[in-house]
Design a protein around this ligand. Structure first.
Ligand code: C5P
Length: 206
């Protein structure tokens, strides 16, 4: 049983994917963390995000990054991740790790941007989780403030729009709803409602 959860930044897909993993007793991979790990490696070693060659080389360091490192979640690392994820070479270098995780028994939940379209096109259930940019900016700003990080709503909204633009317009595996994915718009939902709706959509596919 393979569950693919895709969607834009701060749509709630990560929380929903974790809840689905718990509900169905499956392991979960947040694939954004792979791209963030490459970004953090570059940030630490002074790599140039404008260089695909350097970004591909940084993919080798992914396993060395501690997944609980709070710097992975910082805005600067997220912004580098958004840039280096446009490179086909980077996406190819990270694909096998994701496919291996997806192929384990009894199944898995993966969340990201291209799980239903590229990583696991044969997934049992595919969700495309979205929300309006304004709602997502409000959520992301609240999340940053709760973690003691500075956040200005206007800046967060600008960043979210820039990230959406890069994610949807890149040539390599752009963010797009798979033809057979169910759309879950969480703009007017509390997180508990969104999780319940997601479980129901997955249950219809199994
Ligand atoms: O989801 P998150 O914001 O942590 O992802 C960081 C960046 O990695 C995103 O801006 C996106 O561009 C990229 N990403 C991707 N494909 C994935 C997951 C994330 O391109 N499957």
């Amino acid at each position: 049983m393979l569950i693919a959860v895709d969607g834009p930044a701060a749509s709630g897909k990560g929380t929903i994917a974790r809840a689905l993993a718990k509900h169905f007793g499956l392991p979960h991979m947040d694939t954004g963390m792979l791209y963030r790990s490459v970004a953090l490696t570059m940030f630490r070693f002074g790599g140039d995000p404008a260089s695909e060659f350097e970004a591909v080389r940084a993919c080798e360091g992914v396993a060395q990054i501690d997944p609980t490192d709070p710097e992975l979640r910082s805005e600067v690392v997220g912004s580098i991740a958004s840039r280096i994820s446009t490179y086909a070479g980077v996406r190819a270098a990270l694909l096998e790790r994701q496919r291996n995780f997806a192929s384990q028994a009894p199944g898995a939940v993966l969340d990201g941007r291209d799980i239903g379209t590229v990583v696991a096109p044969n997934a049992t259930a595919k969700l495309f989780v979205t929300a309006s940019p304004e709602v997502r900016a409000r959520r992301r700003a609240a999340e940053l403030l709760a973690r003691g990080m500075p956040a200005h709503l206007e800046d967060v909204l600008i960043d979210i729009r820039a990230r959406d633009d890069r994610d949807t317009h890149r040539d390599a595996a752009p963010l797009v709803q798979a033809a057979d994915a169910d759309l879950l718009d969480t703009s007017d939902m509390e997180i508990d409602e969104a999780i319940a709706a997601a479980i129901e959509l997955v249950e219809r596919k199994i």
